[in-house]
Design a protein around this ligand. Structure first.
Ligand code: GEK
Length: 246
């Protein structure tokens, strides 16, 4: 399913004098499938479960949103599982390089469900008639002060019974656990072929760009928005995916 020919991620392999802030530009796009697979524990499992969740929760004539869709992995997973031909998947990303490449991947896929892709800031996206909304490792890149408004807007645009999948890298209030899970994540990256230099340079690039919050903060925001049920359905170290139901 799409995303096949990905070059190996060696963006941070050589020592960089001044590491600039991480951006979703052409360079990242060209290695993105390899980067995310080797950096996010459980990524492939989460993507395939998004399809399974869509199969059950997408309702006839509704919209399914993939906010921060990157190259459309979650979009494709939903597209291949939604049983209703009159559903529409709306993929949003504010990186022009991501959306351009995503368009090509979706064009090469022949599943029947309509897909609309838009290059826009998801803070501007209106959510309407949604039976499923996916924020797969996207909210973590948005200013924490803006996150409540986004969750409220998503909730307001959902049908009763609709589901939100929110996957995030998280922080832990317990400093011991926080340090342990960060270390375990680095072990995971090392096991996937990243060197200590790559791990440390990438970490510097993501400082103040990827802003993790605690699970409790996410859960409070989700219940504050009005979701009736929510739970962590996937966790590996400091990576979680939450299911919230309206
Ligand atoms: C996947 N969900 O493969 N508006 C829209 N898009 C944004 C915004 C914003 N304000 N901020 C960041 N993005 C994907 C993976 S990657 C996660 C998501 C990662 C986009 C950004 O351009 C990037 O494509 C995506 O969110 C985050 O399932 O790289 O760790």
């Amino acid at each position: 399913m799409g995303n096949k020919a990905s070059a190996a991620d060696n963006i941070y392999a050589e020592r960089i004098r001044e590491i600039s802030k991480f951006q979703f530009d052409e360079t990242v796009v060209s290695v993105f499938p390899d980067m995310i697979r080797r950096s996010v524990p459980g990524y492939a499992a989460i993507i395939s479960m998004i399809g399974i969740l869509a199969e059950k929760h997408a309702t006839p004539g509704s919209n399914c949103y993939d906010l921060g869709c990157s190259l459309g992995a979650a979009t494709l997973s939903m597209r291949h599982h939604i049983p209703h031909k009159d559903c529409r998947i709306i993929g949003i990303d504010n990186s022009p390089a991501m959306i351009d490449h995503c368009r090509k991947i979706i064009a090469g896929d022949d599943a029947g469900i309509a897909v609309s892709l838009r290059c826009e800031d998801l803070r501007q996206t209106s959510i309407e008639n949604a039976s499923m909304v996916v924020l797969n490792f996207t909210l973590q890149f948005i200013e924490p002060a803006d996150r409540e408004k986004i969750l409220d807007k998503i909730y307001a645009g959902m049908r009763p019974g609709a589901v939100l999948v929110l996957s995030e890298k998280i922080a832990f209030a317990d400093p011991h656990l926080d340090a342990l899970y960060i270390e375990m994540h680095h072990h995971f990256k090392r096991a996937n072929g990243y060197s200590d230099l790559e791990i440390s340079q990438k970490r510097t690039a993501l400082e103040n760009v990827l802003l993790p919050e605690t699970l409790e903060t996410h859960q409070e925001r989700i219940s504050g928005a009005g979701f009736r049920h929510s739970d962590v359905w996937f966790q590996c170290f400091n990576f979680v995916s939450i299911l919230a139901i309206k």
